[in-house]
Ligand binder design. Structure first.
Ligand SMILES: [Zn+2]
Ligand SMILES: [Zn+2]
Length: 566
């Protein structure tokens, strides 16, 4: 009995990874380590060094075993490697040894980040602001966990999230971040979306072959248009084009065969017949995409064909089913983001479509929206719905999630960095605690003004109305706006001796200055007084886009207004 008790007690003893700038541990790599596994060792070594001052040796498994090892995916040291799904990993302590295994190519690197973040207290809030706790003793309580992320594809589409190191640390694996081989690469699309114009550019082909394009009211139309999806030549050209894309970009994961960013689907007799049989224009689209996918899968069983269920194709088909190598990206563009998808009556039809799709494919992706595209800086009070929505997707079997925020030029949308941080947390773990993430972020990034930023969020999120991705600054009531101005003024006072945090605070304040400017009559003297400092601050912080269609330069030229505008 005593022996068992001693064994249990020993199993409960924390591992002492470093003490007083020294460590008995070494990091062990596989003999055939991938760049991402070597980088995992480098990142672990760097962070442990910053935490404790200790410098751990990195060796390969060809060296003789040592009693104190941190093993990174080295097969000779991992007696029983658990079965891991895409990007999955395990972290286990065995006596004094720490055993890490990961799905290749990214799982091991992700495991190191989970270890540093969730078990050793490190945080990477923004590209500049991190929290690496400095300790005399770095201890690790015994762990035994294996995990595969709920979403296989996780993309936070913000300029601030495109930094490769930041994205990898948050286990974001999407198309846009600058993820290199050392980060384990990424999931790439070729092209990214709206590819009908890439398959058959209407400017090039319409004159000779109007029959390739949509027929509406008896006439074929050039761009903006879609393809005639029952024309056999269009199908042949689409298959040839996808084959060419695979030759040109063999590393891509998904090849897009998706509608252009407009309506105008073909209503010729043949397309219409398919659409009527399937209950909507998804009929001709999915029949077409399935045939492309069928042609491709023979030669390229590992490649996927992506299409959109977007606007007029959002409603799922009655009888057709996506082939296994097809990924549907369902788009939430019409939704209300003031209230959870599952609850707001405005989102009833989207919810029905999501549930419908989830019943006919177990590989559904969602293209979601998290900012006002008409006013990137407008307060967009959706922080309270982010968690419920991501969980709603996860509960309905969604396997990929793309969160479109302010992605253009220099970024700098409303609280872009905080949004990117919270979203990355949720995409990795839909049960992540948003309140804690916000609290930690705001205290680290805004210093003494952190609590005021949380007051600002409470103020802007108080009983939000219905709103969509075109939300205007007038969403914030005038009295709330004035109180928000007061909070930001107070924050500037609190941060007068903290220049770095003050700079970040002034950047966060752009939103409220923009909202106030937009609510000031252009005929009043206050407009001019507010306009010039606002534009100067935008330039200082690198903002290039006021909205999806309006660059800062053009916005600047809009003032003073022309006489006819008075
Ligand atoms: Zn047609
Ligand atoms: Zn609503």
């Amino acid at each position: 009995m005593l022996l068992i008790w001693m064994a249990l007690a020993q199993d409960q003893t924390p591992l002492l990874l470093a003490e007083g700038s020294r460590s008995d541990y070494r990091i062990v790599l596989p003999a055939d380590a991938l760049p991402s596994e070597k980088y995992a060792a480098e990142e672990l070594r760097r962070h442990l060094n910053q935490m404790s001052g200790a410098d751990l040796a990195v060796v390969t498994e060809t060296e003789a075993p040592h009693p104190r090892e941190i093993v990174l995916n080295a097969p000779t040291r991992l007696a029983d490697r658990p079965k891991l799904g895409r990007d999955g990993y395990s972290i286990r302590t065995r006596g004094d040894r720490l055993l890490i295994a990961g799905d290749r190519p990214r799982g091991t690197l992700y495991a190191v980040y989970v270890l540093l973040e969730e078990h050793l207290g490190c945080r990477w809030f923004t590209r500049e602001v991190t929290r690496i706790p400095r300790r005399d003793r770095v201890e690790l309580a015994p762990i035994d966990l294996a995990h595969t992320p709920v979403f296989e594809y996780r993309e936070v589409f913000y300029t601030e999230a495109f930094d490769g190191d930041w994205a990898a640390r948050h286990r974001s694996n999407g198309n846009q971040p600058r993820l290199e081989p050392r980060h384990g690469g990424r999931i790439t699309f070729q092209p990214f979306v709206h590819s009908f114009e890439h398959i058959l550019p209407s400017a090039k082909h319409f004159k000779e072959h109007p029959e390739y394009f949509s027929e509406i009211d008896g006439r074929r139309r050039p761009y903006p248009t879609q393809l005639c999806l029952t024309n056999p030549d269009v199908l042949r050209i689409a298959i040839e084009t996808v084959r060419r894309w695979i030759r040109e970009k063999p590393d891509a994961t998904l090849y897009s065969v998706s509608q252009n960013d407009c309506y105008y689907n073909c209503r010729c007799a043949a397309c219409r017949a398919l659409d009527e049989a399937e209950g909507g224009p998804i009929g001709s689209l999915l029949a077409f995409v399935n045939r492309v996918a069928e042609a491709i899968e023979k030669d390229h069983p590992d490649k996927l064909i992506e299409t959109l269920a977007y606007q007029y194709t959002r409603k799922p088909p009655k009888t057709l089913r996506p082939r296994p190598n097809v990924r549907i990206r369902l788009c939430s563009i019409e939704c209300c983001f003031g209230h959870p998808l599952a609850e707001c009556p405005k989102n009833k039809s989207f919810k029905e479509d999501l549930i419908g799709w989830s019943k006919i494919t177990d590989r559904l992706y969602v293209w979601d929206y998290v900012v006002s595209f008409a006013h990137y800086l407008a307060p967009f009070p959706n922080f309270d719905v982010l968690g419920p929505n991501v969980r709603f997707y996860a509960e309905h079997g969604v396997k990929g999630l793309f969160e479109q925020g302010q992605y253009q030029g220099g970024g700098c949308g409303e609280l872009s960095e905080l949004r990117a941080y919270v979203l990355a947390k949720l995409l990795w773990n839909p049960r992540a605690d948003v309140r804690i993430a916000i609290e930690e972020f705001t205290d680290a990034v805004y210093g003494a003004a952190g609590p005021l930023l949380r007051d600002y969020l409470r103020l802007t999120h108080d009983a939000p109305p219905h709103f969509t991705i075109g939300a205007a600054p007038s969403l914030l009531r005038r009295e709330a706006l004035e109180r928000a101005v007061g909070l930001f003024d107070e924050g500037e006072k609190r941060l007068k001796d903290d220049p770095d945090a003050l700079k970040r605070w002034r950047k966060a304040r752009l939103s409220i200055d923009y909202a106030r400017l937009m609510r000031t009559s252009r005929r009043k003297a206050e407009y001019k007084e507010r306009f010039e400092p606002f534009v100067a601050a935008c330039r200082e912080f690198g903002l290039t886009h006021i909205s999806e269609g309006l660059e800062l330069g053009r916005f600047e030229k809009s003032y003073p207004p022309r006489p006819e505008e008075y």
